[in-house]
Design a protein around this ligand. Structure first.
Ligand SMILES: NC(=O)c1ccc[n+]([C@@H]2O[C@H](COP(=O)([O-])OP(=O)(O)OC[C@H]3O[C@@H](n4cnc5c(N)ncnc54)[C@H](OP(=O)(O)O)[C@@H]3O)[C@@H](O)[C@H]2O)c1
Length: 322
């Protein structure tokens, strides 16, 4: 079967399209014939080695497809069932071996591309708005990179929770997409000072919570955008990692809360995984949530897809199909 493998960490040129033997599921595992895999920023961190995996490895942390074989003692899914999953390495491939407990059955009227588009970034938007900080009516939130994969979903879920949403984006086109997703105010943070704009929009008050996936270039000013006792939810670093922080800063700037969450700790058991994925599928079925699939690349063209993501040229979700 065809896969995208990494033998040495590095730039997009290290991605190799190669044949490996068909893998067999062991006890508790299923083999999924991949119909679509999701592109995520974490794949770039795995490729570069910022989050190191032991080489060689097959890239990709999200997929949807059909169960074509199961190992012993699998009760969660059946052969020929459509499933989706996230946070298991190896989805940039024609087939993937996945622990059955990580697989979520996909409702019949949701296609594989849509399912692959929401497992990682959608469940992230879910836990960020429902668990890390429980947004409520009357809250104001700042969402950085509001037209990105996680961003467009986060904006929609924040609006569903009743919050007022201020988004940052780098271009007018991205601003329009974030506006369509429900953002109330947009700031072009590459052209104006987002801290000054947030203060203006909130009448000097600041926001209850900042969802910051950009990291290095936004972190310091994100802290300054908060009201006293506000929450800085740092959930990524698309512009680079944030340097170490003196905890005293949090007290000086208003007894702030800082957390650095990750999806794995918000899908701790199968019940939590099924609940978050089930909510997302339900909202898609009711029309309350509209994932935006921007581009679908053939698996073999993954290097082009990753270059676009790294160069801030994508919006919403980018998928790969084998
Ligand atoms: N902790 C978790 O559970 C979790 C889960 C999912 C994602 N994440 C993190 O969230 C971040 C976004 O992930 P994603 O997959 O949804 O990607 P994405 O937001 O679709 O793409 C990254 C966006 O970040 C913005 N950006 C700002 N400065 C950048 C720079 N120097 N280089 C590249 N992009 C820059 C760009 O938007 P503008 O052009 O509008 O600035 C770009 O489109 C990543 O750091 C990812 O690791 C974390």
């Amino acid at each position: 079967m065809k896969t995208i493998r990494v033998h040495n960490h590095g730039g997009p040129e290290v991605l190799t399209y190669e044949d490996v033997p068909m893998p067999e599921p062991k006890t508790g595992e299923a083999r999924v014939k991949i119909e679509a895999s999701g592109l995520n920023f974490i794949d770039i961190y795995h490729r570069t080695g910022l989050y190191p995996l032991k080489t060689p490895f097959t890239l990709g942390m999200e997929g949807a497809g059909i169960v074509d074989a199961v190992g012993d003692a699998v009760t969660e899914v059946k052969k020929d069932e459509r499933v989706a999953y996230a946070m298991v390495p190896g989805s940039y491939a024609e087939f993937a071996i996945v622990p059955a407990a990580k697989l979520v059955p996909v409702p019949g009227n949701i296609d594989a591309k849509t399912a692959a588009a929401i497992m990682l970034q959608g469940m992230t938007a879910h836990y960020l708005t429902h668990s890390t900080y429980q947004l409520k009516r009357g809250d104001t939130t700042l969402v950085h990179a509001a037209a990105g994969g996680a961003g467009l979903l986060l904006v929609q879920l924040a609006k569903m929770r009743g919050a007022r949403v201020i988004g940052t984006v780098s271009t007018e086109t991205k601003a329009e997409l974030a506006r369509q997703a429900g953002a109330d105010e947009l700031i072009l943070y590459t052209q104006s000072d987002f801290l000054a704009e947030v203060k203006k929009i909130t009448g000097g008050q600041g926001v209850h919570v900042v969802y910051d996936s950009v990291g290095a270039t936004t972190f310091d000013k994100s802290l300054d955008c908060l009201k006293p006792r506000g929450y800085l939810v740092l959930f990524g670093q698309s512009s680079g990692p944030v340097p170490p922080l003196d905890p005293g800063k949090l007290s000086a700037k208003g007894s702030l809360f800082l957390t650095r969450p990750t999806l794995a700790h918000y899908t701790l058991d199968r019940a939590e995984l099924l609940q978050r994925a089930g909510d997302l599928f339900g909202w898609i079925q009711s029309g309350a949530l509209k994932p935006r699939i921007e581009r679908v690349f053939p698996l073999k063209d993954v290097a082009d897809a990753q270059r676009q993501l790294e160069a801030r040229k994508t919006t919403g979700k980018v998928l790969l199909v084998p």
